[in-house]
Design a protein around this ligand. Sequence first.
Ligand code: ANZ
Ligand code: ZN
Length: 867
Amino acid sequence: MASKYDPQIAEPKWREAWAAADLFKAKTPAEAGEAPKAYVLEMFPYPSGRLHMGHVRNYAMGDVVARHRKAKGYNVLHPMGWDAFGMPAENAAMERGVHPGEWTYQNIAAMKAQFMKLGLSLDWSREFATCDADYYGEQQRLFLKFMEKGLVYQKKAKVNWDPVDNTVLANEQVVDGKGWRSGAPVEQRELVQWFFRITHYAEDLLEEVQKLERWPEKVRTMQANWIGRSEGLQMRFEWAGDSDEILRQHVADIDQVMAEGVEIFTTRPDTLYGASFIALSPDHPLTIELAGGNSELEAFRAKCAQIGTSEADIEKAPKMGFDTGLTVKHPFAGQTLPVYVANFVLMGYGTGAIFACPAHDQRDFDFARKYDLPILPVVKPSDKDAAGAKWVETGQGADMDAAYTGPGSIMNSEDLNGKEIDAAKSEAIAKIAELGLGEGTINYRLRDWGVSRQRYWGCPIPVIHCADCGIVPVPEADLPVKLPDDVSFDKPGNPLFHHATWKDVDCPKCGKHAQRETDTLDTFNDSSWYFARFASVNDREERAYWLPVDQYVGGVEHAVLHLLYARFFIRAMRDVGELDLPSGEPFAGLFTQGMVTHETYKSADGAWLEPAAVEKRGDQTIEIATGNPVEVGDIIKMSKSKKNTVDPDNIIATFGADTARWFVLSDSPPERDVEWTQAGAEGSARFVQRVWSVFDDLPSAKPGEPEGKTDLRKASHKAVVAIDKAIEEFRFNAAIAEFHNWVNAIKKATSESDANRYEAASMLARCLPPFMPHLAEECWAQIGGEGLVSAAAWPEIDQGLTVDDTVTLPIQVNGKRRAEIAVAKSADKDTVEAEALALPELQNFIAGKDIKKVIVVPGRIVNIVVA
Ligand code: ANZ
Ligand code: ZN
């Protein structure tokens, strides 16, 4: 009589059993003995208060890896914690008057309860939140160590200012010129800020990222582009004409400015003969000096400052220029070039000044057309399409419609003519070097990391400002510098700054009245080293044992920032003597999972409807409340604003956690999006029952030894191998397809012996925990398995059962039969040849000889001809 499996009863029961056995607690290195370690980590969540299906998918994937590794005998560390600082807690404080800390810890409790229901194999003994004072206190200690080492510094810098959140934003937090959270247009402001010297590691970060073979190619490329290494030329243009007179009116140190000329950086020294003008950044020191006493230029600078600081914004803004009246000498051609201030030149890159070659740079081209400056093409396209253009015939910039940036050879450039671009670059650099005007250099796009935030809910920067002593680090004994509990959010700006007493302290050095720093650290700091803290609270050896993370799983949206900052932090921690890590890489393997999507629904009046509010009736989708038809929209990432979310709690209450886990892993490859559908979830729930039906009528103890090379035995042993491989390769959907086939094979095998059917079921139960851990336990118990299946070893394989039907082929060497070989029927010629040549018993006849020919007649014979 078939019984039904009830996840609502079984799931809590097994979770209690795991907890009672403390099953997922990582072993210490000493306890682990010979077992290799596996550190499996999913990006820890922000405690928003509710789990969403995206979390379920992310953590289900990590759990597959963690449980699989455990079954394969590894000492697994699979921890969980909370990335708990950040704006939403302050927003809640502002909107609802609840303290950010209270709000955060309540959310953590609520989310943890939800997490628990998923049956994840987590070691909760290492849990912490980044807003715990002992965590951020440790972070403050690291900050001071970095500072001592010169990896932290302060400078006045132009920042992106979010006028709604009243805070500074990192460039990365500016999306299309708007604050990433508030959506408000960003403004520029100058403030004294704290910076981490990430550029110190630019070359290393770039070089090492290429070696991370177990990272997705696209993430490595994104990091490489972010670091942005450019080889080029840094050179000086000397002043010409009556520039000295103009300069004398504005600059303080005329001798220095005269000697320096204009220093530029270019990646295209091959185009020097096409130089048309010089452009300075509006923030170039020289521009600023010239603007003193020149109200027109000052007004121009102010106009430029209205554009955001991000490169994307500057790229999009219309080109604007200001003619300074200054001129410089061309180093080769001798003519003079005008010097402009141009809004598209950034102060933060290269030298903040360029020479412009309009014919081969679109920005320069647009600028030249607007201000009527010369355009001289110096690269003749090798490109077929471009080669036919009129300007190539005439050699006239007037005939160009756009800059040409493709490959080609040099023209209009005297001695460089005819050279390919790369050769011309080297040649031009050599010529400039010979003239003593400059040399080849390397530039990085990467900027130092601005970490100051004018917010309350973050890690306080542990320094004190003293009028006499300057910046004084908080003594280690006084750490952590704790956030004050009594804060108010009724004024805009930084609540720490507004606090009545918090910032008043005595200077640790001289004892005079001084002030605490009121900036807190960018919350990306908190997630830059949490994995080291999971590895051990403070034991270096234990950290060295666990790190690097063997498998990291998270969203591709962190491809640049979080993953780059963590790579920086680990290097910095190593260099200040806080971590013993040979490679300096925090994450040996990285997997970026796709999202969970869902159809969207709109009622007749245009309002978004939740999936729970609609029902499919035949071809129609209707709104349950009104019976009216509903417009079915795009299938997109689940989001609150489009109401196309399903609540994991509801899914678990309806189907159980195993069904939810199974479904999010089943339909598409893990790196792609998966569409949540009710029908799909129901299908997964049916499969749970189908698996159970395999176990339902089996004996509760092993009925004897399995025997024979039967279809069922072959199917089972092959399935274990295939599932193992699919998990290793992050093809969880393929593993799930294998489970389906396997269960079908078991259900069909009614004529097999009890012992063989028992063997199949027992293997199945031991492969299931990574995917459906609760069901796996119930099945295991049903057949009298020993202990908990979550602690059981991965099933062993009889190789003889996994090889496809084989054929035995005779092998002849120069016409004489010397050996035979068993190969898979499906093996191709190359495989047969390779296996034959490697046979030990054949080596006497072929080793060291010149093999002239190997003829494989599939299914018949292998002939080897040696000289
Ligand atoms: C002359 C030239 C001629 C350039 C040409 C390009 C094409 P990447 O490759 O990204 O490093 N540049 C240099 N400093 C700049 C700054 N601070 N703001 C804006 N643009 C700047 O880009 C290097 C090129 O970007 C440099 O090469 C320079 O323009 C410009 F046919 O110099 B080039
Ligand atoms: Zn002092």
